[in-house]
Design a protein around this ligand. Structure first.
Ligand code: NAD
Length: 496
């Protein structure tokens, strides 16, 4: 009998109101049930919001440096449990242990950054135009923040949202992706152990259309932070716009690596293999397009294919595995569908292109690392997010064309350029239309203390990570103190 897990609402672990549960399975061995998790609904969300409001009343009055100390303890506990959490995460999400260790490390970095921010949270004091008057701004907590997260970074993305939201004095309700509820449960257990007042955090499991939607539509949740697909983000944006909610959206990507004629091809090879097939291609920053200069195209394509064909598939828990399974059957079906679309559009499947079979792969959602050659700008496999181990290779004749191809998609998260020409690098840095550009490094590799996010349909102008996310989770309040003892009218009683 698989273990049943609970929601964390009102300061205790509780069953969902309707008593319904869903199963969470290991994507590398679908016979293995990790546990049953609450299939919650509107009633559970309403109880979580009422409790979070009580949590907010207390937590928002706790001095920010003290809030920071709680997050420091969270960081310490993540350090102590890194290995245990990484194993649990690989088991439920599928990516290899090296990557789930990195996922936990990102949570640790985010916790320690939040800790130190508790002693900053800077406001400003600026001169007033009137004598004997001070003018300043400071940051106030907002209220209850609803955090809706995707499956691909089961620990890191919840921490990107939860830690800055808490540091700013908000209470949080986490709605994790239904494919990774176990890691979210471990995270909430850990923040409680670190000393967070119980009602400052709520965990409500369930499906997006039930719990996610109820959270977004709840009038007492003024802040929503969402990471996931562009389609879901658009629906959430409509509701939040109508209800005047503060909303951060981090959505899809169609990231490209540009390899110029003068690039160090061995370096670019390591980068593209890691960028395209790491996390089985299920990263928002995954390299899904390779834009190569014609002078090195054939040689580099051969190098990429040779390497991609040797990647070892298997359970991410085995240290020798390089590529784990996809998250579920829908994910694998989508990859298969797009490979078919590519074939119909005239792309050539040079490596992979099939569901992976073989010993140890029979009962998991495995797909062969796939390289599509002869892809042209404008094809669907060049434009649409596949979210799997598929790399589309496009040949170009110049840097100008490469930049044009890179920018010709609706997404704008990450880009990368391999060149030894400093002028080309600086041109690309300013002209590539993405939130992040890497030079001589792959499209993945964001660090927790820098802002993270994309332009165009990847985002809505906000950033996670770094110093900028603290603007999102705090309201700026402005204070004027007039100690002149008389009425001074701004813009009217000024001196020339
Ligand atoms: P998804 O949109 O299917 O789900 C994300 C979350 O939204 C889940 O928790 C889901 O339950 C919830 N949800 C679904 N429907 C909802 C609704 N109507 N209302 C409220 N919540 C709802 O995305 P996914 O498949 O879990 O993740 C993959 C996507 O996430 C990809 O498009 C990827 O690019 C994107 N992503 C983006 C970033 C980034 O920072 N830009 C990072 C990671 C993943």
């Amino acid at each position: 009998m698989p273990e049943s897990f609970q929601n964390f609402i009102g300061g205790e672990w509780v069953a969902p109101a309707a008593g319904a549960y869903f199963e969470n399975r290991n994507p590398a061995h679908w016979d293995e049930v990790i546990g049953c998790f609450p299939r919650s609904g509107r009633e559970d969300v309403a109880r979580a919001v009422a409790s979070a409001q009580r949590g907010f009343a207390r937590w928002s009055r706790t001095p920010a440096p003290i809030r920071g100390q709680v997050l420091q303890r969270v960081g310490d506990l993540l350090v102590a449990r890194k290995e245990e959490i990484a194993h649990a995460m690989t088991r439920e999400m599928g990516k290899v242990l090296t990557e789930t260790r990195g996922d936990v490390q990102e949570g640790i970095d985010t916790a320690y950054y939040a800790h130190t921010e508790g002693r900053r949270l800077f406001g400003r004091v600026v001169p007033s135009e009137l004598r004997h008057k001070w003018a300043m701004s400071y940051r106030r907590p907002i209220g209850v923040a609803g955090l809706i997260t995707p499956f691909n970074f089961p620990l890191a993305i919840p921490t990107w949202k939860m830690f800055p939201a808490l540091l700013c004095g908000n209470a949080v309700i986490l709605k994790p992706a239904e494919d990774v509820p176990h890691t979210a449960t471990l995270l909430v257990e850990l923040v409680l152990e670190a000393g967070l007042p119980p009602e400052a955090v709520q965990l409500v499991h369930g499906y997006g259309a039930d719990v996610g939607r109820a959270l977004v539509e709840h009038p007492e949740v003024p802040v929503i932070s969402f990471t996931g697909s562009t389609a879901t983000g658009a629906a959430i944006g409509e509701t939040c716009g109508r209800m005047h909610k503060r909303l951060s959206l981090e959505m899809g990507g169609k990231n490209a690596m540009l390899v110029m004629a003068d690039a160090d091809l061995d370096l670019a090879l390591d980068g593209v293999v890691w960028g395209a097939f790491g996390t089985t291609g299920q990263r928002c920053t995954a390299t899904s397009r390779l834009i190569v200069h014609e002078a090195v195209h054939d040689r580099f394509l051969q190098m990429v294919c040779d390497r991609a064909a040797t990647l070892r598939l298997g359970s991410g828990l085995e240290e020798a595995t390089e590529v784990g399974p996809l998250i579920n059957e829908d994910g694998r079906r989508k990859v298969d569908y797009y490979v078919g679309v590519g074939r119909e559009e005239g792309a050539r499947v040079v490596v992979g292109g099939e569901r992976a079979t073989g010993k140890g792969l029979e009962r998991g959602w495995f797909y062969q690392p796939t390289v599509l050659a002869d892809v042209r700008a404008g094809m669907r496999v060049e434009q649409e997010e596949i979210f799997g181990p598929v790399l589309s290779v496009i040949q170009v004749g110049s840097l100008d064309e490469a930049i044009r191809v890179n920018n010709g998609v609706k997404y704008g998260l990450s880009s990368s350029l391999y060149t030894r020409d400093v002028n080309a690098a600086f041109r690309a840095m300013s002209e590539l239309d993405t939130g992040i550009t890497y030079v001589n490094a792959p499209t993945i590799g964001a660090e927790a203390h820098l802002p993270f996010g994309g332009v165009k349909q990847t985002g809505n102008g906000h950033r996670e990570g770094g110093w900028e996310v603290y603007d999102f989770y705090a309201e700026t309040k402005v204070i004027y103190v007039d100690f002149s003892g008389k009425l001074q009218r701004a813009q009217i009683d000024t001196e020339t």
